[in-house]
Design a protein around this ligand. Sequence first.
Ligand code: MG
Length: 176
Amino acid sequence: MKKIYWDLDGVLRDLHKVTFINRPTHWGYTENGLDIFDIIGKDYTLLEKAPPTPFCKIAIKQPFVNILTHQPSSWILYTENWIKKYFSSISYNIIYVETRNQKIEIINKENAYLIEDCPLFNDYSRIILIDSPYNKNIKAKYRVKTPKQLEQLLILINKDLIWIKQEIKIISINTN
Ligand SMILES: [Mg+2]
């Protein structure tokens, strides 16, 4: 089985629901001059109150979940409580990285995949991008819009069928 890492915010936890009135249209979105870090900085319990995303139900179907997250150290205590609340029925591991790029270093080193929503990476070759208005301009090899699509993609990756699928695609381009 291929190792799959899950980003937390925007993939498993929906922080936008408890911080903004509208759905963010772009990365760094603000309402009334406040961004997500400003709003959470006023009330850290929002980190515990945030609901799971629709993709979270696919994560908790897995036997083991590797969470790879980049967040302020002041959030971690509250984040741990959120994870305990939703992941108590399965086994999981959490890695807190200090820079965004460390995520790419880890997945490259381990030949792993990362399920992400962030539009700021340099390399999307091993990223499964959760579709969102704020990442719509990113050219991603794997972009998923629904939990069902994510579940099916994970099955293909775990069976190593994803590479076969790509080969077929290449052959069909060559014959046209
Ligand atoms: Mg995220």
